[in-house]
Write a protein that binds this ligand. Sequence first.
Ligand code: SF4
Length: 337
Amino acid sequence: MSILEKDLKQNTEPKAKDNLLEVKNLKTYYPIKGGFFRRTVGYVKAVDDVSFEIKKGETLGLVGESGCGKSTTGRTILRLLNATSGQIIFDGQDITNIRGKALREARKDFQMVFQDPYASLNPMQMVGDVIAEPLKNFGKHNPKELKAEVMDLLQRVGLPEDAYYKYAHEFSGGQRQRIGIARSLALKPKLIIADEPVSALDVSVQSQVLNLLKELQQEFDLTYLFIAHNLSVVKHMSDRIGVMYLGNIVEIADKSSIYDEPLHPYTQALISAIPEPDPKRKKERIVLTGDLPSPANPPTGCPFHTRCPVARPECSEVKPQLKEVKPGHKVACVLYD
Ligand code: SF4
């Protein structure tokens, strides 16, 4: 290989140092207590061996049915929940088990936008105080500077200045979500985990909030982990998409590969359920039978074999690993072994 070819290869290959977040073999299990002595009699395997990375400035979408573990994954990364095992590397630092001051410092760089903006805002505080709270927690106490910063954030999320003196209940759902976004931006984080940020909003305001998140990503140089069950919303927002099923990532690839050439039978079923806007174009819908199994008692072998329309006998015995089958396209299914 010539020096020029080597240089080109190095420049085009993804480098680990470009990753803002690396999640390696992450597991989050909840103990199930039972019996007279409340002993641990089992575990709910909410997140079961999940690995992925997000590059700086990228948006990774996580999709799947409710109960598939996507929110638990987000909360574990933010250290709102403790990982049972695995590693979370954020901006080169292993944050899996950090505590106290180190965790507090690290938290400045990763924030969450919640699904229900009303529940996440203190109804007793003025909006100005809600947004200023993280700044105060991290030592900014000059009232003049604080107010100027909050006013700037209000303007950047498209709220009027007088919102500063109002309370959360005086705003619509979309405006409340803007307040939540302003608060999450206050400390100028690097990563935002948005957990179903528009699913509680009217369809008419969903696209406004999504477009705002996209604009802010450019403006603040943000990286997103975008969690949602709505595939159209995830498509609009994401560069790459991970599909979760029963605590596992079963497929991960760039957006166009997931939507145009889904490989995993579960992803194919999800994509087939997206309504076709052009009534002349017919597409066959793959209807999955059966319910999502309980993560407290997951099936042996492939977690999807109880509902998979193309399952083979060996699928109930061996759990397929997530493998790269095309550049940047990973899938966990024996069909691609
Ligand atoms: Fe279906 Fe088997 Fe592939 Fe699982 S491993 S998705 S059961 S074909």
